[in-house]
Design a protein around this ligand. Structure first.
Ligand code: CUA
Length: 325
């Protein structure tokens, strides 16, 4: 029986170790989450091997011969056995529970000097604001290495969910309330923030680039952004607002096909009998007013007029109507 158990344990251990089930960790929180995974996996391998060994051994040893149709002996209760198979699982489950609670608490602790980042989710884009960096606004998430980042998050419309696979942490963004999550990047690199809550037609396109830089590079990036490098240009906003996820637009190199192509904007404006800039503004602020043929009302969020400033909308309208070249 011990031999069967050892063989099964080795096979299952190989499956656990050789297949890359999890992405390579990029945060301290992910390291702790991985530790919980492995802790539970080792326990599961032990229990699984024990159960399989007993079953296989019993099937082979106590198999009734074909002509034997008698019932087996009737066995009632075994206090010792019952105490053992109650106590051991209870201890193991409590151990997993305690470890998980400790990790959950550590992963929620941002320490004394976190970098604050506000996150706004909206169908189908992410926006970030750095309150300690003069309220710097970006559509790309840039983080310094080795410093805990506390994300203060909310949604403008429906429920979205924040997840960077290599960073482990995951948290919903819910309209009307602020949710928090802490991430402490432990290696530099390029990652992707993914929305993991089905939030509409463009859900699968709701992604944002994430870059982890050394503290010095991060400081340089902040300075560059503040000096107007990113700025409120229409092109930058087009990217930050996620317009390209849904719309094809030549100047931006986007190929989205969920909404009408913006390369046809002039023709659509003419059809509606409006100047291009007036038509573009109306389509951003009140997308239900004129719905292009073949597309449905209600797919494009109606909240852009509220979530972007008048200056931002102006810049976007200029960009779309070709005035900003
Ligand atoms: Cu936002 Cu899915």
């Amino acid at each position: 029986m011990a031999g069967i158990g050892i063989v099964v344990a080795i096979l299952v251990t190989l499956v656990a170790v050789l297949i890359p089930w999890l992405p390579t960790s990029a945060s301290e929180e992910m390291d702790r989450i991985e530790f919980v995974y492995w802790f539970a996996t080792v326990i599961a391998i032990g229990i699984f091997s024990l159960v399989v060994a007993v079953i296989v051994y019993s099937v082979m040893t106590f198999r009734a011969p074909p002509e034997d149709e008698s019932d087996g002996p009737s066995i009632h209760g075994h206090t010792g056995l019952e105490v053992v198979w109650t106590l051991i699982p209870a201890v193991l489950v409590v151990a997993i529970g305690v470890l998980s609670a400790v990790v959950l608490s550590q992963n929620g602790n941002a320490g004394t000097n976190p970098l604050a980042v506000n996150v706004y989710a909206q169908q189908f884009a992410w926006r970030f604001e750095y309150p300690q960096q003069d309220k710097l606004k970006t559509g790309e998430l840039v983080l310094p290495l080795g410093r805990s980042v506390e994300f203060d998050m909310t949604s403008v419309d429906v429920i979205h969910s924040f997840w960077i696979p290599e960073m482990g942490q995951k948290q919903d963004l819910v309209p009307g309330i602020q949710t928090k999550i802490v991430v402490t990047p432990k290696r530099t690199g390029t990652f992707t923030l993914i929305c993991t809550e089905l939030c509409g037609l463009g859900h699968a396109t709701m992604r944002a680039p994430v870059r982890v830089l050394s503290q010095a590079d991060f400081d340089a990036w902040v300075t560059e952004q503040q000096s107007g490098g990113g700025g409120d240009s229409g092109a930058a906003l087009f990217t930050a607002a996620g317009c390209g996820s849904c719309h094809t637009f030549g100047p931006a190199g986007s190929t989205g096909a969920i909404g009408p192509s913006l390369d046809d904007l002039a023709a659509a404006a003419e059809k509606a009998g409006q100047p291009v800039d007036v038509y573009a503004r109306e389509s951003i602020v009140d997308p239900g007013k004129v719905v292009a043929g073949g597309y449905s009302d209600g797919v494009m969020p109606k909240s852009y007029g509220e979530s972007y400033s008048a200056e931002e909308i102006d810049a976007l309208v200029q960009y779309l109507s070709g005035a900003e070249q």
